[in-house]
Design a protein around this ligand. Structure first.
Ligand code: NAD
Length: 471
């Protein structure tokens, strides 16, 4: 029986391994983590992450051929294939601070693999890493255990949170990069054999190591760039009377452009887009490619601009101040169908409003009060000026109330902001919300999910990104 171990039981490691276990009943899969509470949650009734369909997959194979454990060394030692899916955040200090990937967790995982291994292994980069990381990993592994043979593969993950299980069941492609030596090709084949249990052969792409590593950064940069492009267009739409939804529809009909990922919004978030672009920027700078670095930096600058623009629009609409005014925030997660708040635009929008002394009443169906209070009390990490930004600012809790219902959030509010595109926000009783709000009652739709005309008929003053302003 082939044994797989995955180091890192997070948003990627957990779902990915659960799907491998489901699709490959003859492979034993162990997911290990240093976090005792995370592993306890994976073994309990309340999984540590919310992802549609995940619970069903986990309960089908947990205890059969899927195991979650903190006994990292045992499972790594026994495995034939070791995936490493640890976090690779942006460095906050030292060389490359604010841009380069922090590979501390990766390095410690690699050293541990070298220490405990007593058989040859395939080590798979599942985390998103800078191009050439495999070279560093090889060095750590071979210099620490010379008698064991390792093959390093790059197998970046392309799942999107909120649709992770669907994406894993039916991936657009699986990418495997490896050495062009006979041993490298053998390792690629071994990993292909795992995915071949359910992924059609023509969707499994193999490349050299550096192409696979760079492709993941490139994919996220292209996706984020598309969002910033449409958001940049939304500002121009507002200035000219064009409607960004109509523009997106028109350009998306061009088969060279395509219709997906053209929704304008308050900005992108999530743990990956910004960090991976910064990583790309750093790699460009290290290679002397300043103009290329500047091009990608602009994608993040436009994203920051879009969040600021949204806050400014709220404040300027409400007589240039939100001081003491109650604003209902509907949605805090960085997108729908996830409880993940990492880099969510809601943090910047809420902080902008708190800075003008607004009172916030926040509701999100999957985000806890602790998460929200923690996110709002952390000082923002400034990637352009990364030094000295770690201390906490005073907790925002006095101005922030977290509630468990959209109607409660909006009661007596001066304005409502939609910051996550949860389906339930599309079907709220907006007449009831209007009746219970202060007047004039404002709605700021940061996701363009509401029917502007209907809201205006009810009596709301509406701002929807990239749409003509209230007559
Ligand atoms: P995460 O923070 O949710 O999970 C990482 C886990 O690794 C944590 O539980 C942490 O405790 C554990 N860990 C860290 N060091 C460890 C060690 N030495 N030994 C054992 N466990 C250790 O992160 P994530 O969102 O799953 O992302 C993991 C990687 O995948 C990142 O590189 C990310 O960029 C990439 N990625 C993420 C997504 C996504 O949507 N979240 C998608 C594609 C790729």
């Amino acid at each position: 029986m082939v044994k797989i171990c995955c180091i890192g039981a997070g948003y990627v490691g957990g779902p990915t391994m659960a799907v491998i276990a489901l699709k490959c009943p003859k492979i034993e899969v162990a997911v290990v983590d240093i976090s005792v509470s995370r592993i306890a949650a994976w073994n309990g009734d309340q999984l540590p992450i919310y992802e549609p369909g995940l619970e069903d997959v986990v309960t089908q194979c947990r205890g059969r051929n899927l195991f979650f454990s903190t006994d990292i060394e045992k499972h790594v030692a026994e495995a034939d294939i070791v995936f490493v899916s640890v976090n690779t955040p942006t460095k906050t200090q030292g060389l490359g601070a604010g841009k380069a990937a922090d590979l501390t967790y990766w390095e410690s995982a690699a050293r541990m693999i070298a220490n405990v291994s007593n058989s040859n292994k395939i080590v798979v980069e599942k985390s998103t890493v800078p191009v050439k990381t495999a070279e560093a990993i090889e060095k750590i592994l071979t210099h620490n255990s010379r008698e064991i043979k390792y093959q390093i593969l790059s197998n970046p993950e392309f799942l999107a949170e909120g649709t992770a299980i669907q994406d894993l069941f039916n991936p657009d492609r699986v990418l495997i990069g490896g050495r062009e030596t006979p041993e490298g090709q053998k390792a690629i084949q071994a990993l292909k054999d795992v995915y071949a249990h359910w992924v059609p052969e023509d969707r499994i792409i193999t490349t050299n190591l550096w192409s696979a590593e760079l492709s993941k950064l490139a994919a996220n940069a292209f996706l984020a760039q598309r969002i910033s492009s449409v958001n940049a267009m939304s500002a121009l739409c507002e200035a000219t009377g064009a409607d960004v939804t109509q523009v997106s529809h028109a350009i998306g009909k061009d088969t060279r452009i395509g219709p997906r990922f053209l929704n304008s919004s308050v900005g992108f978030g999530g743990s990956c887009f910004q960090k991976d672009i910064l990583n790309l920027v750093y790699i460009c700078e290290c290679n002397g490619l300043t103009e290329v670095a500047n091009y990608w930096k602009q994608v993040i600058k436009v994203n920051d601009y879009q969040k600021n623009r949204f806050v400014n629009r709220i404040v300027s609409s409400m007589f240039n101040t939100v001081s003491g005014k109650k604003i209902a925030i509907l949605g805090f997660a960085f997108k729908k169908d996830t409880g993940d708040t990492r880099e969510t635009p809601a943090i910047d929008v809420c902080k902008g409003l708190l800075g003008d002394k607004a009172k916030l009443s926040i509701y999100d169906p999957q985000v806890t009060e602790d998460q929200i209070q923690r996110d709002l009390s952390m000082k923002k990490f400034d990637w352009d000026h990364p030094i000295h930004l770690q201390p906490m600012s005073p907790p925002a809790s006095k101005q922030v109330n977290v509630v468990w219902d959209a109607y409660q959030a909006a009661k007596d509010a001066h304005g409502v902001c939609i910051l996550t595109e949860w389906d339930e926000f599309k079907t709220l009783d907006y007449q009831k919300i209007f009746d219970n709000m202060r007047k004039p009652a404002y709605i700021f739709d940061g996701r363009n999910i509401l029917d502007v005309e209907k809201l205006r008929e009810i009596g709301f003053i509406v701002y929807s990104i990239g749409k003509p302003l209230d007559p």
